[in-house]
Write a protein that binds this ligand. Structure first.
Ligand SMILES: [Ca+2]
Ligand SMILES: [Ca+2]
Ligand SMILES: [Ca+2]
Length: 678
């Protein structure tokens, strides 16, 4: 029993010894392993050998080149690809100007054959029909101006006129004279997009009081159409009134226009109220507002009596620059008097500035006459020089405000071209009574030869009894001359460029530069660099240090622009920049250009670090210090430099302090490399 017990203890002692041995082995093994791991870390740490071999201030990025093939908007690509434009190396991409498709067509008819009607619904003015044929879908502008002279049968409630296209009445206006058989003219305008093919345009008229005779002694009807222009237009029959004696917005007559090149804008605004709408004896006035400013002139009209028909027209032409514009029609009354617009048409047609010749004058100087035959409106004269035979659209508006000296039988006006009165351009109008508002439109169209021309507005009194004097206190006179044929060569292309905002954060960009290396085969026109302005949604050179283009030498030329402090409008938050290369405009020489280089870069105050890994292991750089005596700044970095490699690391957000400074970089293993400036 005892032995057994002792033996049992002996076994138990042996187990304890064995367990202790195992424990010792485990501890020793762990110590060895730990020691081995420690040695490996130290070994790796010792092996790591990355140095900062250079630190330098940089003032711009490298060039960011085209990302894909340039889009050619006008002209064509002849040879090469966008990759040829990525370096200045003699390999280039070639583009050639193309004939632009801006074409016009026009039709015009005037007649002094009288027609009349008692119909209260529109009937054909048999003398006002245009049959036209369009080669291609086009924007079309139509104006119809129909009037009777003093003494012709005309109901005191006056007449209405309409423009009918392909059997449908499209737009209306109305007018009433001084009294039965007084002068009374109506103008109506319309614009639309018409498809290719044949179309019929018809002037129609009607009595404002059914059963009473109204007539047309002289009318003009004109249509102009264009295949590729910027055209904005509105016709609205929403009735609006005002009692304001200063111009207020006709909220139904607002047009927004976006232009990608400087353009001649032709603007016409025509408003009317029908018989029965609220209209004071003094009538209404209108004007135009372009980009927030009212134009200098206005026009007015007064009706036969309270709540009689009354309409008025104003025209304008100007150059609108590239970008966005707003054109508004505005109207006004006399204080406390309610005037109404039942229908209005507002039309803006924009033509590339170099493709047409235009002239415009407006004036608010009063000119009067008591002559029954036309005399000069000395304020309405335009001298125009045409380089080529041109279809010429001429509009003259002459009116007087309430209170100006005006015969109650009103006035007549017409257009004089190169000294000859165009009698069929005549129109006549009569006010409510003596010295009330009274304006008239005269319309003409003529093919004018190359050379100088004088266009003049003339006017006369409709006489009647007592006080014959009539006045034009406000007028507009315009001519738009469209070349019959010309070789219009254009080139316009743009590319997509991407600024690397991960290296050059937007906050640290000082400006953007665009560089073009090119060769043009003639020096006949300038070449332009533009960029897409993301604020105004148009290509522009607004704010560039250099605008106005570059004149080529026909050898290799380098043209660089910078976008000054305006660069922010031209770059998206992710760095996207669109750059355009464009010619000066339409010209008769078909130019070919070779583009060797086209790129953008950013101007910054940044730093370029050069790291060289001389060790045998990859280094992971985790923090960077830039220090001098007054400046200690740490930056997080996350850079892997492979063994044996040199890495250039650019930071657009790090500006070097004054020398001497020290740059340190710390690796994940805890090593520090130091660079000291000298
Ligand atoms: Ca050109
Ligand atoms: Ca050219
Ligand atoms: Ca090249």
């Amino acid at each position: 029993m005892k032995r057994l017990k002792r033996d049992k203890r002996g076994v138990s002692n042996a187990i304890v010894v064995m367990l202790n041995l195992i424990l010792i082995v485990v501890i020793v093994a762990n110590v060895v392993l730990w020691s081995y791991q420690m040695n490996q870390f130290d070994w790796q740490r010792i092996q790591e050998n990355t140095v900062i071999s250079d630190v330098a201030r940089i003032t711009n990025s490298s060039w960011f080149v085209a990302q894909n093939e340039h889009m050619v908007n006008m002209g064509s690509r002849i040879s090469g690809t966008y990759t040829d434009t990525q370096a200045i190396d003699g390999s280039f991409e070639t583009f050639r100007e193309g004939l632009i498709t801006f074409e016009h067509g026009c039709a015009f008819k005037s007649s002094d054959t009288r027609v009349s009607t008692t119909s209260g619904i529109p009937v054909n003015d048999s003398e006002a029909v245009l049959n036209i044929s369009l080669d291609t879908g086009s924007y079309i502008f139509i104006i119809y101006n129909a009037g009777n002279k003093e003494g012709s049968a005309e109901d005191q409630a006056g007449k209405g006129c309409a423009i009918n296209v392909d059997g449908e009445d499209k737009a209306f206006s109305w007018q009433s004279p001084y009294a039965v058989d007084s002068a009374d003219s109506v103008t109506v305008v319309w614009a639309t997009f018409l498809s290719a093919g044949s179309h019929t345009i018809q002037g129609k008229f009607f009595a404002n009081r059914a059963g009473y005779t109204v007539g047309i002694d002289t009318r003009q009807i004109m249509a102009y159409w264009f295949s590729t222009i910027v055209a904005e237009y509105v016709r609205s029959t929403v009735s609006i009134t005002t009692t304001s004696s200063t111009p207020v917005d006709d909220t139904e007559a607002v047009l927004n226009i976006t232009l990608d090149e400087d353009s001649v804008a032709f603007i016409i605004y025509n408003v009317g109220n029908k018989r029965g709408s609220l209209e004071p004896l003094e009538g209404k006035g209108i004007t135009l507002n372009v980009d927030g400013s009212d134009i200098a002139s206005k026009e007015w009209q007064s009706p036969y009596g309270n709540q009689d028909a009354n309409s008025v027209t104003v025209v304008y032409a100007t150059v609108l620059t590239i970008g966005s514009h707003t054109v508004k029609g505005r109207f006004f009354s006399l204080p406390g008097q309610t005037t109404t617009i039942d229908e209005r048409q507002l039309i803006v047609f924009c033509f590339p500035a170099n493709t047409i010749t235009y002239g415009f004058t407006e004036s608010t100087t009063s000119v009067s006459t008591d002559s029954g035959t036309p005399v000069d409106d000395t304020e309405a004269i335009l001298n125009t020089t045409l380089t080529t035979s041109s279809d010429s659209l001429i509009i003259y508006v002459g009116g007087n405000s309430y209170g100006a000296t005006e015969n109650r039988e009103g006035k007549g006006i017409l257009v004089n071209v190169d000294g000859a009165d165009e009698s069929n351009s005549s129109s006549w109008q009569a006010p409510h009574s003596w010295d009330f508002a009274d304006s008239v439109i005269s319309l003409w169209n003529k093919q004018l030869a190359a050379g100088s021309h004088t266009i003049q507005g003339r006017f006369s009194s409709n006489l009647g009894s007592l006080k014959p004097t009539v006045t034009i206190s406000h007028r507009q006179l315009l001519i738009l001359a469209f070349p019959k044929s010309s070789a219009n060569y254009r080139l316009d292309l743009n590319g997509v460029f991407a600024v690397d905002v991960s290296i050059y954060p937007l906050d640290y960009i000082q400006t953007i530069e665009i560089k073009l290396g090119y060769r043009a085969d003639d020096a006949g026109e300038k070449w332009y660099l533009k960029a897409y302005n993301w604020s105004s949604s148009a290509f522009s050179e607004n704010g560039f240090n250099s605008t106005g283009g570059h004149t080529p030498t026909t050898g290799w030329d380098y043209y660089t622009v910078n976008l000054t402090d305006q660069w922010g409008s031209y770059v998206t938050n992710n760095g996207t920049t669109y750059v355009k290369v464009a010619d000066e405009g339409a010209d008769s020489t078909q130019t070919t250009i070779d583009i060797d280089f086209l790129a953008v870069r950013v101007v910054i105050d940044g730093t370029k670090f050069t790291f060289q890994n001389k060790g045998s292991l990859t280094s992971h750089l985790v923090s960077l210090w830039v220090n001098n005596s007054t400046h200690h700044q740490r930056y997080d970095v996350n850079i892997f430099v492979n063994s044996g490699h040199i890495m250039y690391y650019i930071r657009g957000d790090i500006s070097l302090p004054n020398k001497p400074y020290v740059v340190k970089v710390v690796t994940e293993r805890g090593n520090t490399a130091v660079f000291s400036s000298h």
